[in-house]
Design a protein. Structure first.
Length: 210
């Protein structure tokens, strides 16, 4: 290859976003940026998990987790979120296969299950506060409300994200940019499930038996 031909090749690759001097394709930038966001979220929750692990015995004479937690309600709550992850995956597959009618059905199911999860969690919080076990009662309860509440805020944000994506599909259809955003939502929702499994294990299962 001559020097001129090599120069032309590099210029062409740069124009396509694959060369060292050109911008990366949008799909790569979006995926990379969203993974950084998810990793930063995992770092945040790692800190909250660590704080809870240290403070879970610091009840200041107040109620313990075994006295407060209702595993039956938590199990129902957990199943709602896990099932919502399944319907979310089916919705993503439907979108990839360009079947918007199926996507809307699974998106609605995901939203309802996520909202049910939040409703059960809000009822649990209200019941605990009504018993005088609010976040200011002890270090244990402060760490509990912070950890579980932060996850709940993320689920709320996920539902808003889902509603926005449904509106995007209605207005713009299943175009490549919309599909990229749907993939980001799916990753975010599955990440919340992974975090909740940790919450369920560390907070409720271990807390109920200690």
């Amino acid at each position: 290859m001559t020097l001129t031909a090599a120069t032309d090749f590099v210029a062409a690759e740069s124009a396509r976003g694959r060369g060292g001097g050109g911008p990366a394709p949008t799909r790569i930038v979006v995926a990379y940026g969203f993974w950084i966001f998810l990793l930063s979220d995992f770092v945040l929750f790692s800190g909250l998990f660590a704080a809870y692990a240290v403070l879970r015995h610091e009840t200041a004479g107040g109620p313990t987790g075994a006295e407060l937690f209702n595993l039956r309600n938590v199990f129902i709550e957990t199943m709602c979120l896990l099932l919502s992850s399944y319907t979310c995956g089916l919705g993503a597959l439907s979108a990839e296969r360009r079947r918007p009618e199926r996507f809307f059905v699974f998106a609605a199911l995901t939203f309802v299950l996520g909202a049910a999860f939040l409703a059960i969690e809000a009822r649990e919080f209200a019941g605990m506060v009504g018993k005088g076990a609010g976040p200011g009662r002890s270090a244990f309860l402060s760490s509990f409300f912070t950890l579980v509440g932060t996850h709940g805020v993320h689920v709320t944000g996920g539902l808003v994200f889902l509603a926005y994506m449904v509106a995007q599909v209605l207005v713009k259809g299943l175009r490549p940019p919309v599909l990229r955003r749907l993939l980001c939502f799916s990753l975010f929702w599955h990440a919340l499930d992974i975090i909740w499994v940790g919450v369920f294990t560390l907070v409720y299962l271990i807390g109920d038996f200690h």
